[in-house]
Design a protein around this ligand. Sequence first.
Ligand code: HEC
Length: 181
Amino acid sequence: MRRTVWIVLVVAMAVGVSSIRSAADGSAEARARGEYMIKAMDCNACHTPWKLGSRGPEPDTSRLLSGHPGKAGFPPPPSLAPGPWNVVTAGNTAWSGPWGISYSSNLTPDEETGLGSWTEKAFADCMRHGKHLGDGRDLLPPMPRYPELTDADLHAMFVYLESIPPVANRVPDPEPRRGTP
Ligand code: HEC
């Protein structure tokens, strides 16, 4: 009887250890895949603020994916003469166009100002359907929609975004259109 209990215990521990290990390997793999996807899809182009480096403008990696700097206090966008040119950007994180002004969101895991309190489902729905928080208002340009991303890829991207350093940066709400952009 005792022997049976021991055998059961040892088997249970072995199963437990191996499932912990496979979960850890799984998320390291997902994180690496997510990092690759976020870089390859160039989310940084719009979601990482840029700074002036020795060779010209470059992404400021100390503020990786932290969105439009809320305290930057940018002046209002210039008015453009009527014609085909109708979008202007400041720092690739603030965008003025026929829709008004949009500001690239903070994608770091900060609880208050980033994706820290988001569920994976909200992230996946937002990316696929272009809705704020997954089921809210339509997201504004130039945020693309990615309807073809698979569950596995969206999971990987979310795992990676949840693993980068949180940056407390409150991005301003978008502003409606005021006259010509
Ligand atoms: C061309 C610029 C651009 C690119 C590229 C871009 N984004 Fe965005 N993104 C934005 C802007 C601008 C907003 C804010 C839109 C709004 O407020 O409606 C935004 C918003 C978001 C939001 C927040 C949505 C919400 O519900 O508040 C998430 C999440 C997001 N982007 C993730 C990504 C990811 C991940 C990538 C790369 C796969 C990416 N974005 C690529 C410009 C961009």
